[in-house]
Design a binder for this molecule. Structure first.
Ligand SMILES: Nc1ncnc2c1ncn2[C@@H]1O[C@H](COP(=O)(O)OP(=O)(O)OP(=O)(O)O)[C@@H](O)[C@H]1O
Ligand SMILES: [Mg+2]
Length: 186
């Protein structure tokens, strides 16, 4: 369950993006947030995983109060929260597969993530997710060689690779038709 209480955000510029927001999302629910451009949707989503620091209020995920966490505890809590960014946020010089696998980085020990080594299960999951979003044959392409929609699909696969308890999606992804899985010719 996710619970927001009295959440407010005023940016340093003086923009009051959120004023006293409160709601509860029970486990298993999908909730859509609708509002005009500039209404504060991205700010709200970013206050949940603390990419933006709320000015006031609290955010509770399960039994964890997220707004007071610091350092290692905050990093640990963020592993439970996946995010699909409005602007994709891929690492340009890495391949599609490496970008998807980076969703696991929170789980691998420092030196392994540095070497970008992942276990078989992580790689198998990444392949199945890339197949799901119709990008299996592009797994080895660099992110900077993809179209906008393809980049967004990599962002979706990366967030799902993380197997998050809570998935935050800023702006719904465009509709896409997953391609049938690639079959090898006998
Ligand atoms: N880093 C920032 N510094 C100052 N003001 C900001 C910052 N980010 C957002 N704002 C302001 O906060 C308000 C809410 O912005 P936000 O990005 O949350 O809107 P949004 O609902 O996501 O809009 P859109 O639909 O265009 O993505 C806007 O007035 C915006 O100008
Ligand atoms: Mg936005």
């Amino acid at each position: 369950m996710l619970e927001l209480k009295h959440l407010s955000k005023t940016y340093r510029t003086g923009d009051q993006a959120l004023t006293d927001i409160g709601f509860t999302v029970p486990a298993g629910q999908v909730v859509g947030l609708i509002g005009p451009s500039g209404a504060g949707k991205s700010t709200l989503i970013r206050c949940i995983n603390r990419l933006v620091e709320p000015s006031r209020g609290s955010v509770v995920l399960g039994d964890t109060e997220l707004t007071t966490l610091r350092g290692r505890a905050l990093r640990k809590a963020r592993r439970r929260i996946g995010m699909i960014f409005q602007e994709y946020a891929l690492v340009e010089r890495l391949t599609v597969m490496e970008n998807v696998l980076s969703g696991r980085l929170g789980y691998v020990a420092g030196w392994r993530s540095f070497l970008r080594r992942f276990n078989r299960e992580d790689i198998a999951l990444a392949f199945s997710l890339l197949e799901k979003v119709g990008l299996a044959e592009h797994y080895n392409k660099r992110a900077d060689a993809l179209s906008g929609g393809q980049r967004q699909r990599v962002g979706i696969a990366r967030a799902l690779e993380q197997n998050p308890e809570l998935l935050l999606v800023d702006e719904p992804p465009p509709p896409w038709t997953p391609k049938p899985p690639v079959r090898s010719c006998a």
